[in-house]
Design a protein around this ligand. Structure first.
Ligand code: C2G
Length: 445
């Protein structure tokens, strides 16, 4: 008697799940399926699980493939289960390759090839899984694909990028299904796309997708001008599709909580926001042809903090920048925004390193978010009397791209066109500030 065990969320039970269970069962005589609880999924950073545990268990039961269904509720349970149920084989999809090698000490570990895409069967339209296309095959696109497996209810179906050979290599490396040769083909195969191509191509790709009725999650900066960003949002609204700028920080639990705490009155009226984001890059290689500098590369983050904390109604922008000698690339900038009752300052650097902290100063106290503030896991409220200081801790899972994708999927599923976490007018304001800052920078060095 060979006992096989496998684990999973099994949300919106689809073809990929069914095939996995079939092949797991074929490895032995008896199949145990462990279904994850909400708490466990939360603890391991899996977002957007749609169906409650009881329904997911029912999904697995009705497949007729499980001889026994158990629940998985804590880290480390797998080892106990293997002993308790006298398991011979632990089977799991190939998206987990090497992650469970440690279980080889207790039983045989088998990685079964996962089903690439879930759209190729009858089940596709009934399962409720959203079909997603990816535009671009660079580093950020690869990180996005890796993070997407932590978001339930979405499946990456196809990839398009300018060079087909890179698209093919990307698809193979990340175990995806289809590399397409034209953008039209991508649009006709999916309900939604994630755009991670060079900045200057965002507008065109986003516009064509919206016109085709495809929802768009677009890497930041969505465009480099206010007019183009405005045009995209008004097109999306008219067409009834979701358009969201992929600013991961905006959707992360810690940042949202920090904004709420800062605005709630604890620190008094907010008078000043200082946010810094620097990232040393190989200027020649990474910015080639991207129309780039530190403002276009990085300013979205500190400007997000500014618009979230003191709003979009600034009255004046003053920018000071430094250029690198020789190639004239803008490597460090300070963008100062004046508001009626407050000020904000965003510092960005791709050739200068500084402490990546955020300070929100109020009339009673201030919020201090240590570097890297944009991956908000921890912040403090600090006061003149330090005994009143408070510390706040949050989770920031993985690279954080799962948060923006989870929001995007939730919006599509619920027909919500605007997210309060990052409103269209906030993306438009940020684009406007970036445009003005780049055009009116006073240059030094
Ligand atoms: N799967 C698959 N093909 C897909 C999607 C999923 O073969 N297109 C497999 C996964 O690899 C996994 C199982 O189906 O083996 C369940 O997938 P999920 O419900 O997404 O669960 P997962 O997050 O992979 O949980 O402790 C939990 C486990 O670590 C796995």
């Amino acid at each position: 008697m060979t006992t096989v065990i496998t684990y999973g969320t099994f949300d919106l039970f689809h073809e990929g799940h069914r095939r996995l269970l079939e092949r797991a069962k074929a490895l032995g005589d008896r199949l145990i399926v462990a279904v994850t609880t909400e708490n466990f999924d939360d603890a391991r950073g899996k977002l957007n699980v749609m169906q409650p545990l009881m329904e997911r268990i029912q999904n697995v039961r009705s497949s007729g493939l499980a001889d026994e269904v158990i629940i998985e509720e804590y880290e480390g349970q797998k080892v106990n289960d293997i002993q308790k149920y006298r398991v011979d084989i632990f089977a799991i999809g190939s998206d987990w390759v090497s992650k469970f090698d440690y279980l080889n000490d207790y039983c045989k570990v088998v990685y079964l090839e996962r089903t690439k895409g879930v759209s190729s069967t009858q089940l596709r339209n009934e399962s409720g899984v959203i079909k997603l296309g990816v535009v671009g095959s660079g580093r950020i696109a690869a990180r996005f694909v890796a993070e997407a497996r932590f978001v339930s209810g979405v499946s990456i179906e196809a990839v398009y990028s300018r060079r087909f050979e890179s698209t093919q290599a990307f698809v193979q490396r990340l175990e995806l299904e289809t590399a397409v040769t034209t953008y039209e083909e991508l649009l006709s195969n999916v309900q939604a796309i994630y755009i991670a191509s060079p900045h200057t191509t965002h507008f065109d790709y986003a516009k064509r997708a919206i016109e085709a009725g495809v929802h768009v999650l677009c890497e930041k900066p969505m465009t480099l001008t206010k007019a183009e960003t405005e045009e995209l949002f008004s097109l999306a609204k008219a067409r009834g599709v979701v358009l969201l700028e992929a600013v991961k920080t905006a959707f992360s639990p810690g940042f949202q909580r920090m904004v709420a705490v800062a605005r709630m009155g604890f620190i008094g009226r907010i008078r000043s926001v200082d946010a810094t984001f620097t990232k040393l890059v190989n200027v020649g290689r990474e910015l080639e042809g991207l129309d780039g500098g530190s403002i276009s590369e990085l300013a979205t983050y500190p400007l997000l903090a500014a618009v979230k904390l003191v709003g979009t109604d600034y009255s004046r922008i003053c920018t000071h920048s430094l250029k690198r000698e020789g190639d004239e690339v803008e490597i460090f900038s300070r963008i100062d925004l004046s508001y009626l009752h407050s000020v904000a300052s965003a510092r960005t650097g791709i050739g200068v390193k500084a402490e990546g902290e955020l300070i929100v100063a109020g009339e009673k106290g201030y919020v201090y978010v240590p570097a890297p503030w944009w991956l908000t896991e921890y912040f403090e409220t600090r006061f003149e009397d330090s005994r009143q200081n408070k510390r706040y801790y949050y989770k920031f899972d993985g690279d954080g791209l799962r948060y923006e994708l989870a929001e995007f999927v939730w919006m599509i599923r619920n027909g919500v066109l605007e997210s309060f976490k990052l409103r269209p007018e906030e993306s438009i304001a940020i684009a406007g500030i970036i445009e003005t800052a780049r055009a009116n920078s006073e240059y030094f060095g």
